[in-house]
Write a protein that binds this ligand. Structure first.
Ligand code: GDG
Length: 450
């Protein structure tokens, strides 16, 4: 059997390999347990200068070889920070107004993708199957084909694929679509994303490639982690500190796609319109800082600092604080217990490829007394998790109403909804996602003859 080659912008650092934190790392964890595999990508390190292409650092853990390369500061800024996170990320989250296009960054993006291809090429064997991940690496498939690679190559996009009328705001968007032709299969999160991608390809007279493969989690492991965590000191401390108040929990990377200001305002509207909850509910938002040196992310932090201060200033009592807001990451096992303890999960992205937090929350619940999930219509998880209370995150009053409904929902209804949600979370897991994608890739008509 040939090896599986995973390529993603970031390869988990050695200390993250047992406890993956990002969405991609969580999803791939299980796919990597079987057979030999190579995971190739950026080490996360920047160097000032480099002579020629980098030499990959190789590190073997069990059946997985990790091969990582450093980037120069200029490559990091142009390829990663500016083009991937400053142009593609906002555009693909429907925020064309936040896109800071520059042709120089586009050229650096293409250049780094070509460099990825040149450094990966010597590590490949002819019977490998290559699986490339996410928007940082759209052009990598074509760059590998240009170097004569004939293996099967699949691509998975973790973020949404918006309608062509939006994507085409990107100068050179047609070239990204042409890159898609180098892949034997392109996976996206939802049927809507697949429809948008295939429509874009048709509009540009290219062959359709997109199929939906919704990503999942490992619900059995997550539930076990949540149960264990309930015995730990942190969950007891959280429980005691609430002094009987109900807990509303939000967990997100601090990102403008996650709808955090709208969420805080929705919670504020709950306190203002449903005063009976004052003093009886606490909102804990865990939002580890991400991409902290991109301007839009700095502005978002300022906005959230101000909103938290304003809401706490207006509603706090000397013995009760409405919002607890943490911008440091919390360890995964502790977090799992917090999910289980929470009466409500408030997950209101303005756009999200999938949103694994929603699935983790469902997996962590106690079947005898489950909490309630409030989820944005615009999370990729919404079509699967339609037994949640679905909200439009732009509608502050709708968030407040949903919170009131969730905080007062009786146990039988909570259980009925949770049973349906749990079934979905157990149906499409991390393992089934990877297996389904790899099987479809294996069966896809090859786009390059060997
Ligand atoms: C991208 C797409 C898609 C969060 N805070 C902490 C922490 N987390 C963990 C969560 C979850 C993961 O990070 C976040 O995954 P999401 O799916 O919610 O979101 P993105 O990071 O934006 O991921 C997304 C995903 O890729 C997979 O395809 O679903 O739409 O945007 O696992 O639990 N983990 C720890 N501490 C924290 O404070 N340990």
């Amino acid at each position: 059997m040939g090896r599986l080659i995973i390529v993603s912008n970031r390869v988990p650092a050695p200390r993250e390999r047992n406890q993956p934190a990002g969405g991609l790392a969580v999803g791939l964890k299980d796919a990597l347990r079987e057979g030999d595999a190579l995971w190739f990508g950026w080490s996360g390190r920047q160097v000032e200068q480099m002579e020629g292409d980098p030499t990959p650092g190789i590190d073997q853990v069990g059946n997985v070889t990790y091969a990582t390369i450093d980037l120069t500061r200029a490559q990091h800024d142009g390829f990663y920070q500016n083009f991937s996170n400053g142009i593609l990320w906002p555009l693909f989250h429907y925020r064309v107004g936040l896109m800071n296009y520059s042709r120089m960054d586009w050229e650096m993006y293409l250049g780094v993708n070509a460099m990825f291809a040149r450094t990966l090429r010597p590590l490949l064997r002819s019977d490998d199957t290559i699986w490339i991940h996410d928007y940082h690496l759209f052009p990598l498939g074509q760059a590998l084909r240009d170097l004569g690679v004939k293996c099967r190559i699949g691509f998975f996009l973790h973020i949404p694929f918006p309608p062509w009328s939006l994507v085409r705001a990107l100068p050179g968007a047609e070239l990204l679509l042409e890159d898609m032709q180098s892949y034997d299969l392109v996976g996206v999160q939802t049927p809507e994303d697949a429809e948008n991608l295939n429509h874009a390809l048709r509009m540009n007279h290219m062959a359709e490639r997109g199929q939906a493969f919704p990503i999942g989690i490992d619900p059995v492991e997550f539930r076990a982690q949540a149960e264990t965590s309930m015995e730990g000191p942190e969950v007891s401390r959280l429980h005691d500190s609430l002094r009987g108040a109900q807990l509303v929990l939000g967990v997100d990377r601090l990102d403008y796609s996650k709808g955090l200001p709208e969420r805080f305002k929705g919670y504020e509207a709950l306190l203002s319109r449903y005063p009976e909850h004052r003093g009886k509910v606490t909102f804990l938002q865990v939002a580890p800082i991400s991409r902290g040196n991109v301007e839009e992310y700095r502005q978002l932090r300022c906005q959230l600092d101000e909103l938290t201060g304003r809401i706490n200033g207006a509603y706090s009592e000397f013995d009760w604080t409405p919002i607890r807001y943490i911008t440091r990451p919390i360890s995964r096992d502790v977090l799992a217990g917090f999910y289980r303890m929470a009466d409500v999960a408030l997950i209101t992205p303005l756009r999200d490829g999938m949103n694994l937090v929603a699935k983790e929350y469902i997996a962590a619940q106690d079947p005898a007394d489950p909490g309630v999930l409030i989820l944005s219509h615009f999370a990729g998880a919404a079509p699967e998790l339609d037994e949640a209370i679905l909200v439009n995150p732009y509608d502050t009053d709708e968030i407040a109403d949903a919170l009131h409904q969730a905080l007062t929902m009786q146990r039988p209804e909570r259980q009925t909804r949770w049973i349906a949600l749990e079934k979905e979370v157990s149906r499409t897991t991390a393992v089934s996602w990877a297996n389904d994608f790899l099987q479809a890739l294996d069966e896809a008509p090859v786009c390059v003859s060997s």
